[in-house]
Design a protein around this ligand. Structure first.
Ligand code: COA
Ligand code: AMP
Length: 635
């Protein structure tokens, strides 16, 4: 079913009469208690959606479909080229497993509002764990499996989670990642005690369990009594998802039940044009927001069949694997990061592998996680002949801020643009002083408050960080942290971050956090980490280091040690390239390191030297080093 109104109608109404617009969307869900208070402000002045409504998101995603007679429809298709396993779970089957998982958690003492950390690979149990928490009104905190123990420990502490759900291993192409030693290390490092660690034993690498603390998932599920969904307040937290900020401490983005369910249900129709029964595949990971929103909650709320793919776009076994999955299950909508398609294009430049599959049921490609670069857009457009839709969003927003609205009418695309703002999002481009800029002029992309339903309701346990990081600089607006412009036709162009966040293979990482790790090396007096352009992964982190006086270490040696440090502290996913040793870092007279300038130099982009620079004499040598030195650091 497409939307009954035009995009223009709905966009206008969402801005001028948000109560009417979102009340209509909320009315499409089976609430436990229908909300009458659509948008209000809490005691701190923060906007909240549907404050007097009650619901349970897991019930809406599962039981509601069973009650509507769709219990025999497939809810999850699990396809795992790394294990050779394929499995389909119906809505009936998934509801039963989730009810049992909720029962297992309840028997472990988990109740409404308690936090549960989930550290799992892409297996159905990860989805069951998330929905099991939601069914009880507990708050899940999923941590991406590629993060190192320290990162897991930081999240356990911040969430104060008593229970951790994990699996015995993950599989990276053909390499087993033994999770248990990582989990044990994290539990040991965390200050907050983890009472129980429930382990799903995988046959590829079973773990030894610690008596008393560790519990076998299968045994516990077998003994558990299914429990019914617990109705919660619309404003109660459904999950906390940690994302990189500008410091070493990740931010726990809090998502509510009500706004989230309404926004995701709406977005499935409006943004993706998805209908009940469609096969919808977001080729991401449940550890990221895309996985939360469009592997788990969005498709299930909309009664679609979601694909859970445990593999890579290449090497599992080849660059045709995405297309194999699309053919095999009749995928209608495929959503992936541009980096995935760049990896496929590199191995299959003429899309010969793609032509071996019947892709007639594939109607649209959606891309997000980073800007869709025009060459990748051209390649997809040329070889697949279906709409290729770039859409812009963030962990914080949970759904697209700007997109080409497939559920209304697909607009002519402009390469490099995420098209139009979605209903509910009022975008303005502001200069650093907060003045609105004309169309075509680049500045800070800001979203006028209130944010629509589904966006973050705060930072877990840290309201001040939310206020200071997002709301303070431009009063009345949410500061997205992205720079860009809106052209005369209203098309939104997102050009890059204004802060220290970089995007490595679709993974959001903080260079500030990496600087803390690099700075902890005994040879390092001062450092900066910048993102340098990479053909496949978009950006890769590179360090610039000033050595302490009297230290004698080669660039190769230091780079190797720093790569290991970052792997151990943050995780392999950071893909840290190494470090260039420089005599000094370029700074302003007030001491601010000119990271942007270094990034432009490293990427061979045009740059202008700020008038506030302290020592312009250092630039010539630095430019030579940056353009010549990247390969040396990575070797
Ligand atoms: N568990 C453990 N380790 C992991 C991991 C996980 N879940 N995910 C990644 N890693 C490790 C990899 O094994 C690799 O380690 P290595 O350096 O020892 O080989 C490192 O982290 C980098 O991984 P990755 O970025 O995946 O690089 P790759 O070369 O294996 O694959 C791509 C490159 C482009 C194919 C891959 O990054 C990709 O598919 N990206 C899309 C990401 C995505 O979907 N993002 C979500 C936003 S929509
Ligand atoms: P994450 O929170 O991991 O989803 O990363 C969000 C960031 O990724 C955004 O703030 C942008 O910088 C970037 N991003 C995501 N999607 C797009 C897009 N379609 N175009 C440009 N940048 C994007």
């Amino acid at each position: 079913m497409t939307q009954t109104h035009t995009y223009q109608h709905d966009y206008q109404q969402s801005i001028t009469q948000p109560e009417i617009f979102w009340a209509e969307q909320a009315g499409k869900l089976a609430w436990h208690t229908q909300p009458t208070n659509i948008v209000s402000q809490d005691e701190d002045g923060q906007h909240q959606w549907f404050a007097d409504g009650k619901l349970n998101t897991a019930w809406l995603a599962l039981d509601a479909h069973v009650q509507a007679g769709r219990g025999s429809q497939t809810a999850i298709i699990y396809d795992s080229p790394v294990t050779g396993c394929k499995q389909q779970i119906t809505y009936d089957g998934l509801t039963a497993k989730v009810a049992r998982c909720a029962g297992m958690l309840k028997e472990l003492g988990v109740g409404k509002g308690d936090r549960v950390v989930i550290y799992m690979p892409m297996i159905p149990e990860a989805v069951i764990a998330m929905l099991g928490c939601a069914r009880l009104g507990a708050v899940h905190c999923v941590v991406f499996g590629g993060f190192a123990p320290h990162e897991l420990a930081v999240r356990i502490d911040d969430a104060k989670a008593d229970i951790l759900l994990t699996a015995s291993c993950g599989i990276e192409t053909d390499r087993l990642i033994d999770y248990k030693p990582l989990v044990d290390a994290a539990i040991n490092e965390a200050a907050h005690p983890v009472r129980h660690c429930v382990v799903f034993q995988r046959p590829q690498c079973p773990s030894t369990l610690q008596p008393g603390r560790d519990i076998d998932w299968k045994q516990a599920m077998d003994c558990a009594h299914p429990v019914d969904a617990v109705p919660v307040n619309s404003t109660d937290p459904l999950y906390v998802l940690y994302t990189s900020g500008t410091t070493g401490k990740p931010k726990g983005v809090v998502r509510d039940h009500g706004g989230h369910a309404v926004a995701l249900r709406y977005s499935m129709q409006a943004v993706y044009g998805a209908q009940t029964g469609d096969v919808f595949w977001a080729a991401s990971d449940v550890g990221w927001v895309v996985g939360h929103s469009y592997i788990v909650y969005g498709p299930l709320l909309a009664g679609c069949t979601t694909v859970l793919y445990e593999g890579k776009p290449v090497r599992t076994p080849d660059a045709g694997s995405f297309w194999r999955v699309c053919e095999e299950y009749g995928v209608k909508t495929l959503f992936a990061a541009p980096t995935a398609f760049r990896a496929i294009r590199k191995e299959d430049p003429d899309a010969e592998l793609a032509r071996q599959y019947d892709l007639s049921r594939l109607e649209r490609l959606f891309l997000a996680g980073e800007r869709l670069d025009p060459p990748t857009w051209d390649w997809l457009q040329a070889h697949f002949g279906i709409p290729v839709i770039d859409h812009w969003w963030q962990t914080e927003t949970g759904w697209a801020i700007a997109a080409n609205p497939a559920g209304y009418e697909i607009q002519e695309a402009k390469p490099g643009s995420a098209t139009w703002p979605m209903p509910g999002y009022q975008l303005e481009i502001l200069d650093d002083e907060g003045l609105a800029l004309e169309s075509g002029t680049q500045g800070n992309i800001c979203l006028k408050l209130p944010l629509p339903p589904g966006c973050l309701t705060g930072i877990w346990g840290n309201p001040e960080r939310y206020r200071a990081g997002y709301l303070e600089k431009f009063p009345g607006y949410y500061q997205s942290g992205d720079a860009g412009y809106i052209d005369r036709d209203g098309y939104v162009f997102v050009m890059g971050r204004t802060d220290d966040i970089i995007n490595v293979a679709g993974h959001r990482l903080s260079t500030g956090e990496m600087e803390e790790v690099v700075g902890s090396h005994s040879a390092v007096a001062e450092c900066a980490v910048i993102g340098v352009a990479d053909e496949i992964k978009g950006e890769l982190p590179l360090g610039l280091v000033v050595l302490k006086n009297g230290v004698d270490i080669s660039e190769q040696e230091l780079s190797a040690e720093l790569r290991t440090l970052i792997r151990l502290d943050i995780g392999a996913l950071a893909c840290f390239q190494g470090a260039l040793i420089v005599p000094r870092l370029p700074k302003t007279r007030s001491g601010k390191i000119l990271r942007r300038l270094m990034r432009q130099m490293a990427n061979g982009e045009a740059y202008s030297i700020p008038s506030t620079i302290d020592d312009p004499g250092c630039l010539e040598e630095l430019a030579a080093k940056l353009t010549g030195g990247r390969l040396a650091a990575a070797s």
